[in-house]
Ligand binder design. Structure first.
Ligand code: SF4
Length: 217
């Protein structure tokens, strides 16, 4: 384990027993890396909290957290893909140091690296981690999910106080270190005002992408 890495081994290992686990999968010309099954949020709309771990035919339950070597092997030759994307049914930044090491090595091999995140890494790690992203992450998609904390808390059910504000602060800070940032929100969730979400992205000077409820992957 890399120093500082959170140990994410848990009950899933005992529940699901030994079976091949999917660490890398391809979609839309990209290679996706599934490095964590754990989350800081418990989103009501999340497939896994509704018993579904399947993304376009890939069962993303992890029995054990993959190592740096296993993730690099799963990535394959990154030059074959448009982007390598850290994204699974879990929050990649819970394994920040593994993520950074893999991203660094993939970029050295010529990859463009994107991180899909809940934006709660600073809250989780208790420090500003955004400078660590510099030179390792080319693009980042952050789940804004709502135009205010009340709607966000209702849909995302964060475990910690101040999650929404922390996520916005993370985005503001990350702008100096990640060249391309996009906020996302899901159209169709009750109370979510997509135009207002887009306005937040505009105010922060980052991109915005509307996602559609129920469309996974
Ligand atoms: S952050 Fe993503 S993976 Fe985690 S609970 Fe929410 S929707 Fe599911």
């Amino acid at each position: 384990m890399i120093p500082g890495e959170k140990d994410i081994k848990g009950d899933t290992q005992r529940l699901y027993g030994a079976r091949p686990q999917i660490v890398g999968y391809s979609l839309h010309g990209n290679r996706y890396l599934n490095i964590s099954s754990r989350c800081t949020l418990r989103c009501t709309f999340c497939p896994k909290f509704n018993g579904v771990w399947d993304v376009r035919g890939h069962d993303l339950r992890l029995q054990t957290p993959p190592t740096v070597e296993e993730i690099l092997a799963a990535a394959g030759d990154p030059r074959r893909y448009r982007e390598v994307v850290f994204c699974g049914l879990g929050e990649p930044t819970l394994r920040l140091y593994t993520l950074l090491e893999v991203a660094k090595q993939l970029r050295e091999q010529g990859a463009r690296v994107r991180l899909n995140t809940d934006g709660l890494a600073n809250l989780t790690h208790g420090r500003d981690v955004t400078p660590d992203l510099e030179g390792n992450i080319d693009a980042m998609s952050v789940s804004l999910n709502a135009q205010n904390a009340a709607i966000y808390n209702r849909h995302c059910r964060p475990r910690s106080e101040g999650a929404y504000e922390s996520m916005l602060d993370f985005v503001e800070r990350a702008r100096g270190f990640v060249p391309e940032i996009t906020l996302t929100a899901i159209d169709g969730l009750s109370g979510v005002d997509i135009a207002a979400c887009e306005g937040i992205a505009r105010r922060l000077g980052v991109g915005f992408r509307r996602r559609v409820l129920g469309a996974v992957g």
